[in-house]
Structure formats: C-alpha cells, structure tokens
Design a protein around this ligand. Structure first.
Ligand code: GAL
Length: 679
C-alpha cells in the first residue's frame, strides 16, 4: 500500500528538504507526488531542459525510502510559451483569450500546445525512465477545463462531427435540423452551440462529447509516450469524483488505474454520502480499485477556507475511501504554502512547518493502513447491486432538465443514500455493462437510452434480474432526440406500464402518494409526476389528488424470471426510498451483513479467502454496532465479541475467513424472496 503526500520541493528552500523527508519517513509515508505545475523550471525556455531540482529532490527522497509519482506539468503553461504562442491560450465565448497566470488555461485542439505538451512529456520520460524511486505518472492535473471557442476548436468540432455522423444527411437527421430551419449544407457552416439554453439540444450534447474527447485525446498523446519510454511505470490521472464535464469512463480507458481528489469538508459535518458515491464511481470506471491522489489534510480554499477537520475526521475520511477500494492514500498537501492562490489550502503541516495534530493523525492512519496492507491485498468491494451511471444522461438532463430541480446525480443519490443506510454496497456501472452478475440493478433517470441499451435491460429482467427505473428514463435516443414512442418505450415489456402523461409539479405544490398494503404509507410527490397506467404491472402506490387518482406512482411487473419496478415521481421523504430499497433488496434476495445504526457506514472488501468489514462512524457521537459472531478486529488484532463500539468519527475493520464456495452455493439455492419469487 502506497501512502504519502503531494510534495512541492520547489516551494521551499533546499535546506528544508531533508527535514521534510525525515518527517515523511517518520510518519510512515512511502510515496510523494511531484512536479505537477513545474513546467517552467523543467523547461525554462523552449527546448532547453533542466531537471536538476527534481533530480536532487528524488535522490534525497530515495535516501529515505520514498518513491515518487511524477506529473506531466501541462496543467499550467510557462509564461514564455503563452507569449510566444498566444493562440495556445483558450478563447472564451465572447472571443477574448484567457489571461495567462492561472492554471488550466490552454486550448486542447491547438496543435502547438499539443506538440509542446508531447515534447516536455518525452523529455521527462526519457530523463526519469530509470530513476529507481520513480514508480509512476500522473497525466496533467484534473482534466476538464477550460472550454475553448477558438476557430481551431470550431474546425476540429466540425471534423469530429463528420467522423461521427459520416454524411451531412445523417448529421442533419441526428441533430433534427428540420426544426427552426437549421439544415446544414456544408460542414463548415456548423457553429459551436452556446450554453445559454436556447441552442439545439443535440448540438449541445455533441459539443459536450467533443470537449470530453479533446481531453481524452490530449491525455492519450502523453500516455503513448510514457508507455513507450517508461514501460515499468504505471500511469494514472487525478479525477474529481462527481465532476460532470468529461466522460470519465473514456478518460480512464488509457490508464492503469484511476486516482481521485477527495475534499469532503465544504459544509457542516455530515454523513459522507457523496464521498462514498464518488468513490464507487471511481472504482466503477475501470472496475478496479483506485488511489486517492489528493486527500483532505486540513481546511481547503483559495479565498475563503472550509472548516477544519475535527479530531479523528482526517483518519475517518481516509478509511472511508479505503473501505470503498482505495489502495493508495496521498494527502494534499505536505506543508501549507505561504505563496500563491493556495495559501489557505492547508496541508498536514501548517505554514510554520511544525508536525502537529493533523500530521500525527495521518501518521497514525498510515501505520494502521500499512499493518492492514497484507489483508487488503487482493480485496475489493464485491457488490450484488449495481447502479447505472451514464454521462450522456447526465449531460442531456443538464441541457434540458425537463422539470425544474431535475438533476441526474441527485436522482442517483436518492437510491444510493438509501442503499448506504441499508448497509448494502453498490457497484457503479456504465450503460453498456454486463449486468448478469448483479441481482439488483437501479437505473434512475436513464434519460438517454439507445435501443440496444433498452434491449439489454429487458433481457436482464427476463433472465431473472430485478430492475428499478424511474422518471424521465428512455425519453431520448443517442443523439438527444425524443424517441417517438409512448414511454417507457422499449422498456415496456419489462415494466408492464404505459405513461399516458406527465406533469411538472412546481415548488409551491405537491401531490399525495398513497401506498397499497403491499407498500404501506403516505408520501409526498414533489417536482414531477408520471401518470402511469399499469398494463400488466401491479400498482404498489398511487396518487390521491383528484386529477390523477386513477394513475399509479409505483409499480412492479413480473417479467420472465425477474421483475421491473417503476417509480413515476420524485418523493420527498427519505423513508419512502428506505422502504423501496428494502423491498427491492428483498425481491432480489440481497441481504446486508448487518443493519448499521444511522450515520454508520458499512462496507465490505472481499478477497479469495477472506473479507474485511469496515464500519465508519460519520457522526460526532459514539456508536455501538451489533456484529455477527466469529469476527476479528483487524486493527487491534483481537477477537470481537458480538458488538463493537465506534468512538466519534471512529473506524473499525473486522476480518473473517470466507465460507467455502460449496457451502455458499447450497445456501444460494435455498433462497426465496419474501414475495415468493425464487432467486
Ligand atoms: C486540486 C488540484 C491541486 C490543488 C488543489 C487545491 O484541484 O489538483 O493541484 O490545486 O486542488 O486547490
């Protein structure tokens, strides 16, 4: 397990470096990330390279047994570059260029910038290929900005569209240009759509895809060089969790593993649902464990700073990620910088460089993680439940939310949080994933649903899967045109319903939802209602307002050996989603190992022979959890007697050997859902 910090030796006098390295080693750190924004020092003028600073730092770190990940420094161009090649700076919508001086300011289609980025990557790769303590690379930094509107980008967009759509006829069909007389007769006529909400939705979706592709291509330029010159090194990138601008599946494809930057301290202390979801999204990108490349080390901020981590919280934040599959932990940053925009983005050490509380807590966490490393090795989260996470749907719903308040990640979050509370782990998967290994699949707000994806979902249900879909699913085809079908379109056989009409429910209104005996309770629909007519499905909840009394809000339909559930409303109460998720889990014969108390997270990492059960207390109160017999407390290395107590922000990791596969399959055969369905 690699544990360490993001280190910027160029920010400190050389005389301090040895103290830093010694303190790092004392804390149990084994890795640093270096060189992220250091292009100007490595290439002080075009084609002149100087790696002496990095060389010296690496040699010193090596003496202390510390390895390094090097970054390609292309997230900020040197001043000489911007001056010599002004067109490398991104152009804003109003036609003005970004001013040099911030990071992330380059145009990704500019040929000169691509060339210079490849040159510095090649020079670094050649120079450091055999440096013994260099173990890997991070490409650039947090891809995703800026959007550029220059003439080169426009021409590249036209070219990309030609490649995607082939002919102008096909292009015009895909964009629906018969509307508002938008027919295009030459590729050169195509403009970059604006983001103000009045341009063609198909154009907006393709522009977003194009921007994502530009970033992926830019990274690919670097990856090819690194693979060629540094075959022993891994290549990763620091993603941003729930960031919305890029197709992260595509960005991850070229890499060995995904890393991400986790800063969950912006608001008041809370249950860290979003950090959990982001971790699962990150694990889902390549279906493998990931690293944290920037982990919260203190208050964060550029102008104003966030709250400080409470005692125990820094450790809690790190263990939560480990529980979700993090195999590397790198805190951002080592020492708080005294200069520049990030003076208030605090590191483990303050401005004064003294190793105080946060340093000590990170050192404790590092010690624990190293001790657990042999047990963590070869384990990952093994989920029976998947949530489909789809960038096309995310983007299409941003372009046209349909109803106010509609947000893709919030839609996913309603179910994710209920599963979290139920103590059930989740895999996040793309729209085209093989779903056969999952007992339950949730595909909320899967707005863009091409026919082949719909067919796959129907086949999944027929073959015994339990599927949940909800509002605004299957509305759009792959080019962001509305399917000319009664909703839920091709999903109808799996869901057994017809959506006759639908309604946006303004903020001042809501609709009462009444459950049936099979789904008891009274709830409140907000923002939106589908007027659902069961066509074979069983109604589990309906509306009571006069104008929609005859319609269903929640249905279940038996199809093949599985079942398709449909929720046609956004429900205000968390209790509704808790009940729904409980019923879905029952229907799919998924049982949690235990029911954690409110605010305690349960995560299980499984290997071939054993499993690790993580209990993470997100509250500021101690919590007691009843646990099955036969577990060992892996951090304290002692047997655990029926219950564990977690201090505030406390973390406990339990260990047990896995049952033999034969015993498991016998048990599996006996399973029947409470509603009588054989699983
Ligand atoms: C991240 C970035 C780091 C650092 C940090 C604090 O987004 O990757 O380099 O800038 O934010 O601003």
């Amino acid at each position: 397990m690699y544990i360490g910090v993001d280190y910027y030796p160029e920010h400190w006098p050389r005389a301090r470096w040895a103290t830093d390295a010694r303190l790092m080693r004392k804390a149990g750190f084994t890795v640093v990330r270096l060189a992220e924004f250091n292009w100007v020092n490595m290439e002080p003028s075009e084609g002149v390279y100087d790696f002496s600073l990095l060389d010296e730092a690496l040699a010193l770190l090596a003496k202390h047994g510390i390895s390094a990940i090097l970054c390609t420094p292309t997230a900020i161009m040197p001043a000489w570059l911007a001056r010599a090649y002004p067109a490398t700076l991104a152009t804003q919508r109003d036609g003005t260029r970004l001013t040099w001086g911030v990071r992330k300011n380059n145009c990704f289609s500019n040929g000169t910038y691509r060339l210079l980025s490849k040159r510095i990557t090649r020079a670094m790769a050649r120079y450091f290929a055999d440096t013994p303590n260099v173990i890997g690379w991070q490409t650039d930094n947090e891809f995703g900005h800026p959007f550029c509107h220059c003439a080169t980008c426009r021409a590249a967009f036209q070219e990309w569209l030609r490649g995607r759509h082939g002919t102008l006829d096909e292009f015009n069909r895909a964009w629906g240009t018969h509307f508002w007389g938008q027919r295009i007769q030459e590729w050169a006529e195509i403009t970059i759509p604006d983001d103000a909400g009045s341009h063609n939705p198909s154009a907006c979706l393709d522009w977003q895809r194009f921007f994502s592709w530009l970033n992926v291509r830019f990274q690919h330029d670097q990856v090819r060089i690194l693979r060629d010159l540094c075959p022993r090194h891994f290549i990763t990138h620091n993603f941003m969790g729930l960031f919305k601008e890029l197709d992260y599946y595509a960005l991850a494809r070229d890499l060995d593993f995904v890393s991400w930057d986790n800063y969950p301290v912006w608001g008041a202390p809370e249950i860290r649902y979003d950090a959990a979801l982001a971790a699962d999204v990150m694990r889902g990108l390549k279906r493998r464990n990931f690293w944290i490349m920037e982990q919260t080390a203190g208050p964060c901020g550029w102008g104003v700073f966030s709250r400080n981590v409470r005692p125990g919280e820094l450790r809690n934040i790190a263990w939560q990620q480990c529980a979700h599959g993090a195999d590397g932990m790198v805190w951002f940053r080592w020492r708080t910088c005294t200069a520049g925009r990030e003076q208030y983005w605090h590191g483990l050490l303050g401005h004064d460089g003294r190793p105080l509380r946060r340093y000590k807590e990170a050192a404790q966490t590092a010690r624990e993680m190293h001790a657990l490393a042999p047990l963590l090795d070869g384990t990952t989260v093994a989920a029976d439940v998947a949530i489909v996470y789809d960038y096309d749907s995310l983007w299409a719903l941003r372009i046209q939310p349909g109803f106010a308040e509609n947000d893709y990640q919030k839609a996913i979050g309603r179910y994710y949080r209920a599963l979290f509370r139920a103590g059930v782990n989740v895999d996040i998967v793309p729209r085209d994933a093989d779903l056969s290994r999952y007992k339950l699949v949730l595909a909320p707000a899967l707005h863009v649903l091409p026919d082949d994806a719909a067919d796959r979902l129907v086949r999944y249900v027929r073959a015994g899967g339990i599927l949940l879909v909800d509002c605004r699913t299957a509305v759009k085809d792959g080019t962001n045109l509305c399917h000319p079908r009664t909703l839920p379109g091709l999903l109808t056989p799996a869901l057994g319903i017809a959506i006759e009409e639908y309604d946006a429910v303004p903020g001042t209104m809501n609709c009462a939802v009444q459950g049936t005996p099979a789904f008891p309770g009274t709830f409140t629909a907000v923002h939106y209602t589908d007027w659902v007519r069961p066509r074979g499905a069983t109604q589990l909840a309906g509306y009571t307002d006069w104008h929609i009394r005859k319609y269903a809000a929640l249905t279940r339909h038996a199809c093949g050996t599985g079942a398709g559930w449909y929720l046609g409303a956004v429900i205000k109460e968390d209790a509704f989603y808790d009940q729904l998720v409980r019923q879905l889990l029952d229907d799919a014969c998924v049982t949690a190992l235990l029911r954690p108390p409110a605010g305690v997270e349960l995560c299980v990492r499984r290997g071939a022979r054993h499993e690790l059960i993580f209990l993470v207390n997100h509250t500021e109160e101690p919590q007691t959890v009843a646990v099955p017999a036969g577990l060992r407390d892996a951090l304290r290395n002692r047997a655990c007697a029926g219950r564990v107590t977690l201090e505030r922000y406390g973390v406990v990791v339990l260990w047990r050997a896995r049952r033999s596969p034969v015993a498991k399959s016998k048990r599996a055969k006996e399973q029947t859902a409470p509603n009588g369905r054989t699983c």
